[in-house]
Design a protein around this ligand. Sequence first.
Ligand SMILES: [Zn+2]
Length: 267
Amino acid sequence: MLMFENYRKIIKDDMNVLNGIVNPILFCHSYSFDYIEESNNLAVSNPSTGMIIFNLIAISEYLGDMSVHDVLSFCIRMVAHELSHLDQEVDLNRYKNDMQYHSWIERTNESNTIDFLFKNIDFIKNKLGDYSYDIYKDAYMKIMQQGTGYVRSTIENKINMVGDRYILHDKYGRFNNYNSVSLCIHNTSNAADPGTMFILKNKSSFLSPNIIYPIVYEIDKYSRIGVENECNVPGELKIDVYIDDADRRIESVIFRIKNKERYSQDR
Ligand SMILES: [Zn+2]
């Protein structure tokens, strides 16, 4: 019988290998092993935040009777499934309220997961050791006949999503009135800092969402001094956020993500 620590280690190993490869558009920049209240879900992923929660209690209950070999195979599939959701184009409102849409999203996501696992058997075996990919065979044959139907999101959509949901706190209104929206993070502990600028909407060159998301979602961890909106040019919104000690953290996030991007391209 495996202990929580064992499951945690297996899932971490899977995440280290698969994150950014199953989901090149939006990496998981933060995951945890929290208990999810009143839920039997083994894991929950959020395509708007790029975060995943693994429900260790439910996982150990569900997998308790399996052999270690089967647990390894199951966890690879589970982790790949959650990562696949991060890149998936999902209308979260519909997902919550429309059961037919909900199951379509799940079915196409699972097809994409199996498709990925089956096409990358050698790579996964090489990185994560032997696992019983035979259990995917039937599912894969079905996909070959039906197609996955999975819709991958775009970099543009991901950036607009983070702008909508977090930066402007305004789902459909104010954001639409501007031709372009940008976010500038200033480090107040460094007077010479010109600020780190992120384009959130409608500029020709986009930064990777994989750099923007971790910073945006971790802004609360910085001591925020103030947010100012200014309109220098009509139709353009620039949001200035002033924070202490941003430099070190932002640099380390960018370093980590860029290394991961290089890694996944080299594969
Ligand atoms: Zn799912």
